[in-house]
Design a protein around this ligand. Sequence first.
Ligand SMILES: Nc1ncnc2c1ncn2[C@@H]1O[C@H](COP(=O)(O)O)[C@@H](OP(=O)(O)O)[C@H]1O
Ligand SMILES: [Mg+2]
Length: 259
Amino acid sequence: MNTTNANALAAMADALCATAEEAGRIILDIYEEGFEVELKPDDSPITRADRASHVFVSKRLGELYPDIPLLSEEGIHLPIAERSRWQRFFLLDPLDGTKEFVKRNGEFTVNIALVEGRSPVLGIVRIPVRGVTYWGGPHLGAFRRHDGGEAQPIATAAPGPGGPVLLASRSHPAPETEAFAARNGVTRRIDAGGAVKFCLLAEGTAHLYPRFNVTWEWDTAAGHALILGAGGSFTAPDGGDFPYNKEDLANGGFFAAWK
Ligand SMILES: Nc1ncnc2c1ncn2[C@@H]1O[C@H](COP(=O)(O)O)[C@@H](OP(=O)(O)O)[C@H]1O
Ligand SMILES: [Mg+2]
């Protein structure tokens, strides 16, 4: 398989960050104007912000990279017979943390990843309300940039004297999280929405993110690449591979941590 070299990935990171930032502005306009909440067939919420971000990012990526297919949460999901021919593809969650967007707590993100074969090689996470973008990949390192500032390298960090900080979903709690914390003597915890959790792990603010309930490939691919770039680990719960482009696009649990 042809793989994208580090220089090409770094150039692509610039273009994808700009795209995610523009999508974030479109989302914020709607956040401020107001919106209706509809339910998808699986009863999860969707708004015109999810759709507007999807339309903008898919159009922009199609112009910039016409040869790279895109799989978006809000787009058409082609069958595996078609997708299995893809050597690489973009994986987009145009508004991750829609429940947080609806609750207006600011913890929502735009996630764009480039997957090669079964692995994410580049991930962008934009947090529009905080005005910050995170990006990285296993051959690229990891970076954070506040609007108007310079790119800063970031890395996962070992827990300090207070012990590890655990990450958990704000809107989709799992009972196993409590048991994990008790078993491992973890006393500090941050609940956060969507891919904000991956950013907190990648910059060393938190240390452990065990996930027990369902996520989809577009929820994790960008954060997965970011954490590998920041020197952390991201595996299946048994320590094995965590592949993408699966038939049903649904993830099992995972374990992301500092290393
Ligand atoms: N019961 C549920 N209902 C809706 N979404 C769920 C869910 N359980 C997990 N999810 C997924 O969890 C994502 C949010 O992550 P977190 O739980 O870490 O905040 C959602 O992404 P979207 O908001 O993009 O739909 C969705 O894909
Ligand atoms: Mg999502």
